[in-house]
Design a protein around this ligand. Structure first.
Ligand SMILES: *[C@@H]1O[C@H](CO)[C@@H](O)[C@H](O)[C@H]1NC(C)=O
Ligand SMILES: *[C@@H]1O[C@H](CO)[C@@H](O)[C@H](O)[C@H]1NC(C)=O
Length: 450
């Protein structure tokens, strides 16, 4: 008993040692380091004895400490001592913060992500992010920011993801340094989609596309050649909405986009490539067009339920090589077009209920595809028409169709071939992940449907 206890104590000590080591202020860091240390001591000296404000929750997932204060009507960042452990992720979306003061995050030096979207922030003081040296992700979209100095980002050397869209940016001289920073090619996840609201001639131009040379020039009324409105690149396709603007993005526990209930008639463009989960349910999409999910290559879960889809173009799901779960329920689908499911190698769940599946020849592709992909669990595949098959499962229908077929023997042979092909396919899957246009034609494509 005592041996165990002392062993435990020793290993605890061992665990604690490296962190103590890490927190020792670095040598030769100068004034700035000393200032950090002071701030830290001020915070830590008191000890972590407080309790969470009743409204926030603390949790640990995969070893990371999350503090979730979303939608709590808070108008300030709570003191870091409030939490029982040092948070790594601070979720502060949908609150009422208006100003981020200097030193607002002192004591939060361990943060790697900070979600401040959907507040009312209109001012970020230059020292607001002081101390956030570990931070990689900062979400400021859907706020009231008109301007932000690049100086404010200097204390965040590891920043890789910065979201700034849906703020009323005033694209004047004060924004020059920030705009230059956004345009550095290596900052490709920083400030995408953010657009100017003012001045009028720059309205709706993306910060990434403004020529910063011209922001701080005196406007020359005699010339209209040096118009900063002239985009550096061709401007984006009009008409289609940007996913990052119409949908809400959440980063934890996975990158998720909520685009549900937005009256969308098509899939919004520009779903970022790191998004894992997209919810497009309860919209008005009738026709899923080819390349709808172009670039969304990390997608694992796609919810298209409760739309009005009658037709899915052959290439509409192309590129979704990692999709695990697809919900097509409660739409107007009669059948699935040949080839639609071609790229969905790793699909494991498919919801099909609530569609008027038509049990005639057009449904066979769906059933063959399911046979070739025995790992896919599906639900809701029931004949809705014609009358003699209503209520029957679609697979039963195809089975009885084949039984009735005079070329029964031929069909049995095809079936054996399918078993082999399924195994070969499995083997191919393990190594092959290129986009479909780079792939050589596959053996299973020979399966005859007639
Ligand atoms: C811009 O330049 C064109 C031709 O160079 C001229 O006709 C036009 O009036 C100018 N517009 C303004 C607002 O100065
Ligand atoms: C898709 O969205 C609908 C409506 O919000 C929901 O009921 C359904 O459970 C979702 N599907 C999945 C697989 O989560």
């Amino acid at each position: 008993m005592r041996v165990t206890a002392s062993l435990l104590f020793a290993s605890l000590l061992l665990l604690l040692l490296p962190s103590i080591e890490m927190r020792r202020p670095g040598k030769g860091r100068g004034l700035k380091g000393a200032r950090h240390k002071l701030a830290r001591d001020r915070v830590r000296g008191v000890g972590r004895h407080g309790r969470s404000p009743p409204s926030c929750s603390e949790s640990v997932e995969a070893g990371d400490v999350f503090v979730d204060c979303q939608g709590r009507r808070l108008n300030a960042i709570p003191d870091s001592k409030t939490w029982s452990q040092e948070p790594k992720h601070l979720l502060f979306a949908r609150n009422r913060i208006k100003v981020l003061r200097n030193g607002a995050f002192l004591g939060y030096e361990g943060l790697t992500s900070l979600d401040l979207q959907q507040n009312q922030i209109s001012l970020v003081e230059e020292g607001a992010f002081e101390g956030l040296t570990q931070l990689t992700t900062l979400l400021l979209q859907h706020n009231q920011l008109g301007t932000l100095s690049e100086e404010a980002l200097i204390p965040i050397p590891n920043l890789r993801y910065l979201r700034l869209y849906d703020n009323p940016w005033i694209c004047l001289c004060g924004m020059e340094s920030l705009i230059r920073t956004l345009q550095v090619p290596s900052n490709r996840h920083i400030g995408n989609y953010a657009k100017c609201a003012e001045p009028t001639r720059l309205k709706n131009i993306r910060l990434k596309q403004i020529n910063p040379e011209l922001l701080c020039q005196e406007p020359d009324p005699t010339s209209n050649q040096t118009d900063p409105a002239k985009p550096l690149e061709p401007s984006s396709i009009r008409g289609k909405s940007d996913a990052t603007v119409v949908c809400h993005t959440y980063l934890f526990p996975e990158v998720r986009m909520d685009c549900s209930n937005r009256g969308l008639t098509e899939v919004p463009a520009g779903i970022p490539e790191d998004v894992v989960h997209v919810d497009l349910s309860h919209n008005e999409i009738r026709h899923l067009k080819a390349k709808s999910f172009n670039g969304a290559r990390s997608l694992r879960m796609l919810n298209l339920s409760h739309n009005r889809m009658e037709h899915l173009d052959t290439g509409s799901m192309s590129g979704l090589l990692h999709l695990r779960e697809l919900d097509l329920s409660d739409n107007g689908l009669h059948f699935i077009q040949h080839g639609v499911l071609e790229d969905l190698y790793f699909l494991s769940k498919l919801r099909l209920g609530g569609n008027p599946w038509m049990c005639d020849y057009s449904i066979h592709y769906m059933v063959y595809w399911l046979r070739l992909h025995p790992a896919v669990r599906h639900s809701g595949l029931q004949c809705h028409a014609p009358l003699q098959h209503v209520g029957e499962s679609v697979e039963e229908y195809v089975h009885s169709y084949n039984r009735g077929c005079p070329k029964d023997r031929l069909h049995n042979r095809v079936n054996e071939d399918q078993t082999n092909t399924a195994q070969e396919l499995q083997a191919e899957l393990e190594e092959e992940l290129e986009p479909s246009h780079l792939r050589k034609p596959k053996k299973y494509e020979i399966i005859r449907l007639s």
